[in-house]
Design a protein around this ligand. Structure first.
Ligand code: SF4
Length: 352
């Protein structure tokens, strides 16, 4: 449906005033909210993708302490960057941020672009992140549309088109642009995201305390939970992996660095295999004991990680590419993905 038609008779100015007044009253305190520094806003926006605010805050503080500006990040070794990101998941984001920082330093004389159109040319910055940085740090009049904004807009106007259609998402960008308060685009965009994160939640919208309730069509119809409309079901893929903790008598364990294009690129893991048979084919079945089972979700994958252990007396028992024997005490400072960190913690606990 054309934006003009959706907005017909909608009190745009009143809606903006109500939303911004609510935001000034209710916004949560976050370390990146009291700055206009585009680098800090950029880091926060990348960390916040698929991750909740309360999880991000300690990572953000640690990151800014380690890499206070784009130049510091650009000159950091990849291992240090990944270590600082460890536990946040979606490690590709850290690699892209690192690459983009190098590009800003090398090609743009350390100046982060002020326009969304230019920001989008940097690795890892899509339309949403570009809009967030440009509007918050530089007051550019550009909207943002993330999952929160999609939910609010589809409820506010009771939009029945499936959000799986690219035409629907494109219309939502136009709609967000038409609603944008041009005198305070950064605050308006943050207010929309804040409302979606704290009030207009997916399962339990708190309409009673929502500043948009008098404008909200889904609320008027008592059909809040019917929006946004989705026609496709999420397809999850189950994956079983077998991880091997191979130990030497001196306590060292074998870790393997993951290559590009596979799971957890650049991080260290215990060697893992698609099947027990594949694992036994390399290390032999004799002496292999079960250590436990872990479940982990990443993007659309539901991973069941079966963990095995085996004592080894021969250093070259395994010919695993990119592998290295690591003393247990060094596991803490090695960048491991979440499920392998859990294995490491189990081993460190057992040693106490
Ligand atoms: S009134 Fe309810 S459904 Fe409508 S925007 Fe507010 S919280 Fe969401």
């Amino acid at each position: 449906m054309p934006v003009m038609k959706i907005l017909k008779n909608f009190p745009v100015k009143k809606f903006r005033r109500a939303l911004l007044a609510w935001y000034q009253r209710e916004k949560r305190v976050m370390p990146w909210r009291n700055t206009k520094d585009p680098y800090k806003i950029w880091v926060s926006e990348i960390m916040l993708q698929q991750t909740q605010v309360k999880t991000v805050i300690p990572y953000y503080k640690k990151w800014i302490a380690a890499f206070p500006d784009v130049r510091a990040l650009a000159s950091a070794p990849p291992g240090k960057v990944l270590k600082c990101w460890e536990g946040l998941g979606y490690y590709r984001r850290a690699g892209m941020l690192h690459r983009a920082a190098k590009s800003v330093v090398k090609d743009l004389d350390c100046k982060i672009p002020a326009r969304a159109a230019l920001l989008k040319e940097l690795p890892g910055i899509g339309r949403y992140t570009a809009g967030a940085i440009a509007s918050i740090a530089f007051d550019e009049k550009v909207p943002v549309v993330d999952g929160n904004v999609v939910r609010i807009l589809t409820r506010l106007f009771a939009l029945r088109q499936s959000i799986e259609l690219s035409a629907a998402i494109s219309a939502l960008w136009d709609l967000a642009g038409a609603l944008l308060e041009e005198r305070a685009p950064g605050d308006f965009n943050q207010a929309m995201m804040e409302l979606g994160a704290t009030v207009c939640s997916p399962q339990n919208p708190e309409c009673g305390r929502c500043p948009a309730r008098t404008f909200c069509k889904a609320h008027r119809l008592k059909r809040e939970m019917f929006f946004p409309v989705r026609t496709r079901k999420e397809n999850y893929e189950s994956v079983t992996m077998h991880a091997l903790v191979l130990s030497l008598p001196d306590g060292r364990v074998l870790l393997q660095r993951q290559l590009a294009g596979y799971w957890w690129t650049g991080l260290w893991t215990f060697p893992f295999f698609n099947s027990f048979r594949e694992m036994a084919g390399i290390c032999g079945e004799k002496g292999v004991r079960p250590l436990g089972k872990l479940c982990h979700s990443v993007t659309r994958y539901r991973i069941e990680l079966r963990v095995w252990t085996k004592n080894s007396s021969r250093k070259n028992l395994l010919h695993v590419a990119g592998s290295r024997w690591v003393p247990l005490k060094n596991l803490k400072k090695t960048a491991l993905p979440a499920p392998h960190r859990k294995i490491a913690n189990l081993l460190l606990e057992a040693r106490k």
